[in-house]
Each structure stands twice: as C-alpha cells, then as structure tokens.
Write a protein that binds this ligand. Structure first.
Ligand SMILES: NC(=O)c1ccc[n+]([C@@H]2O[C@H](COP(=O)([O-])OP(=O)(O)OC[C@H]3O[C@@H](n4cnc5c(N)ncnc54)[C@H](O)[C@@H]3O)[C@@H](O)[C@H]2O)c1
Length: 367
C-alpha cells in the first residue's frame, strides 16, 4: 500500500480558508477514486489573522514544519487592513519561497468550455499553455529581501536583475521536462525561451544557458521570443504556444495577461517547485470583497491541488497520484463541457460549496 502523502496546509485568510478546504476535499476524492490513501494533512497557522491574534505571521516552528512535509498547500494570505509596523502586508509565504528555493513557478493557462473568453477568434478555445516563471531571482531578486535595492538618497534608486547559472540551468531543465510530460499527454511539447537577449547581457546569458540545456534535450522543440513580441503574440496567437520559460518579472506580468485570456483569477492555478519541496496555491489573494459569502470560485485551488498530485507522483514515484491528478482534471474539463460547473465568478449560480460538491461528485471517489 502506498504511504499517505504528507501535506502542510496553510489555509490563511479570507477566501483562502474556503478554497483550501475545497481543494483538500477534491484531492482526497481523486485519491480515493484512484485507490490511494487520503492525504496526511498538518495544519499550520499563518497569515494576517494569525498576526492579529498572536503578533507572529506564522506559528512558532511553522516554517520548518512546512518544509518537512512532502508538499505545502496554501489558500491565500493577507488582508489589506492588517499590516506590519513598516507598513507592508503580512506575507510569510514569500519567506517560504526564499527559504526553500522554490524557483520553478508553474502557471497553466487553459481555456475551458463555457468559461468566458476574451478573444473572439474561435481558436481561443484551444489555448493550453504554461508560463514557467523563475521565482527566486530575476528582477524580483531586489524585492525578495528588504535592503537589496540601492537607494541613493532622494535622487536615484537601482534594482538589480540577477541571473545565476545554477538556477537558470535548473529552470530550463524543468521547462524541457514539463514539455516532454505534456507531449506524452498529447498537449504541446515545445519550449519557448522568452527574454530580452537583444539588449541585456543578463538576458543573453539566460538564452545562452537555454541553448546549452536545449542541446541536451534535442527531442523537444525549442524556440525564442523577445518578451515584447511575446506580449503581442499572447493576444494575437496564444494557441500556438506551449511552455514559455522566463525570468521572474516577465513571468509576473505575462502570467496575468495570459490568465486574463481564459477567464479570471478563480481559474489561475500555481505551483512553486524547488529541489526539496513544492508549494501549491491558487494565484489569487484572499478576496476580502467576497469573503464569508460562499461566492469564491474554488477551481484555481482545486486545479492547484491537481498540480500537487502530479508533483507527488514524481516525488514519490507513485503512479496512483498521476491517476488521481488526471481524474481531477477530467472532472473539471467534463464538468465545464456539460455546463455543470457554473461559478458565480462567471455569472453562474454556483457558490464555493456547490462547485466543490459538483467536482467531488464527478470524480466519484468521495470517502
Ligand atoms: N499568494 C497570496 O496569498 C496572495 C496573492 C495575491 C494577493 N494576496 C493578498 O490578498 C488580499 C487581497 O488582494 P487583491 O484584492 O489585490 O487580490 P485578490 O486576488 O484577492 O482579488 C482580486 C479580485 O478578484 C476576485 N477574486 C479573486 N479570487 C477569486 C475567486 N477564487 N473567485 C472569485 N473571485 C475572485 C476578488 O473578489 C477581487 O475582486 C491582499 O491582502 C493581498 O496582499 C495574497
């Protein structure tokens, strides 16, 4: 019998609590249907509510315990009204990203039937790509830790765009592996390096390492696009792309643009993967405007749980987790096709609970 996978669960704040619970329910239903044991979940208190109650943004020992589990799942953290003394919002999850070197930010962008699309071209129904955003360095290197910006009085500020060989080699290798896995599932199989290699030495370096890694992965098609042209192409012909790999700031911007093409925040799943662990979360925040109203779309969180099951399959060499992830994805795909998933976010009549129950029922494995 497969040992249960351990998950450190940070529900967080606002709708984060509801969507995280929905995601765990759906993951367990998929595992049950695949014949795998339920997740062994350890809760960790963190976020704005935790800070208000205790003065700490994460419970004592929480960061260490998060790293001991097979994976970390996070709902959402932060409430605009709760701030640290320096005026910034409560964000212990950024420390987790830094501490565990979660360099590979995976953001799938996929069009589902009956979900609003922003592009009139019928080929938009075929959008199915992944933005792979490096998540520990790039231009965010300056922002990750206080004091890295070079502030010269009130006259000048310099932020640094940092590209290292060690991280970039791992990132590109991750991109080719991901494209290969997607090809095996009949979905794409191409990597595009998105950069600005024509003008920045750091970006020329990023591309040079891409070429080195591409040469070792000659079975996967590789190409380039400058980031400005990529922004245009994401609007003009997003259906032509598969895995897009890029530095942190470019990924930050283009993932929102791409996410906007296929619905909204309630569909935006995210995985952040490092050498030893991975953190999975919906890309959205705590949505204080709709919290406590059963209006949140839990699908971004549920899709993120699917990414977590895929990650656990590889980490644990346990194919039942791949099967569970596929069941979860299929339930959502077929649910939308049958118009049986109608989240309020898209003008439908189904709240958080109803959408979750419909996904679980479609998976068919509720324990
Ligand atoms: N990773 C994270 O935990 C994370 C990410 C972004 C923002 N935040 C925090 O969340 C708080 C609110 O931030 P914000 O308002 O800028 O962003 P947000 O993503 O919480 O909300 C933006 C808009 O999208 C809507 N929305 C978001 N998720 C939705 C869902 N699942 N279903 C339906 N509608 C949804 C909200 O109602 C809101 O109108 C802030 O404190 C911010 O710092 C946290």
């Amino acid at each position: 019998m497969t040992r249960p996978a351990t998950v450190a669960l940070i529900e967080g704040d606002g709708i984060g609590v509801d969507v995280a619970r929905a995601a765990m329910r759906a993951a367990d239903a998929a595992l049950a249907a695949a014949g795998a044991p339920a997740l062994d979940v350890t809760r960790i208190e963190a976020g704005a509510g935790c800070f208000q109650r205790t003065g700490q943004d994460i419970e004592p020992g929480g960061e260490e315990r998060a790293g001991e589990a097979d994976a970390i799942f996070l709902g959402a953290i932060g409430l605009p009204s709760v701030r640290a003394p320096d005026g910034t919002e409560i964000s212990p999850h950024l420390r987790l990203r830094d501490r565990y070197g979660l360099y590979a930010g995976v953001r799938p962008v996929r069009a589902y039937p009956n979900v609003p699309q922003r592009l009139a071209d019928p080929r938009a129904a075929g959008i199915d790509l992944v933005i792979l955003r490096e998540s520990t360095e790039g231009l965010f290197w300056s922002a990750a830790v206080h004091g890295r910006s070079d502030v010269r009085g009130d006259e000048e500020v310099r932020d640094t765009l940092r590209i290292t060989r060690a991280t970039t080699e791992k990132l590109h290798a991750f991109a080719f592996d991901l494209a290969r896995k997607r090809a095996a599932r009949g979905r794409g199989g191409r990597v595009t390096c998105v950069d600005k290699a024509n003008v920045f030495a750091s970006m020329a370096f990023f591309r040079r390492i891409f070429d080195e890694v591409a040469a070792k992965n000659a079975d996967v098609e590789a190409g380039y696009n400058y980031v400005d042209a990529q922004a245009l192409d994401l609007v003009r012909r997003p259906w032509d792309f598969d895995v897009l790999v890029m530095e942190n700031m470019f990924g930050d911007i283009l993932s929102d643009l791409a996410g906007g093409l296929v619905g909204g925040m309630g569909m935006a799943a995210c995985a952040e993967i490092g050498d030893a662990t991975g953190l999975f979360q919906p890309a959205h925040g705590s949505a204080p405007d709709i919290m406590g109203q059963d209006r949140a779309n839990p699908l971004a969180a549920i899709l993120s749980a699917g990414l977590m099951l895929d990650y656990l399959a590889a980490k644990r060499s346990a194919p039942v987790f791949t099967d569970a992830a596929a069941r979860l994805d299929r339930a959502i795909e077929e649910g939308f096709s049958a118009n049986a998933l109608r989240p309020m976010e898209f003008g439908g009549d189904m709240g958080t609970e109803a959408v979750t129950a419909a996904v679980v029922a479609r998976i068919g494995g509720g324990r």
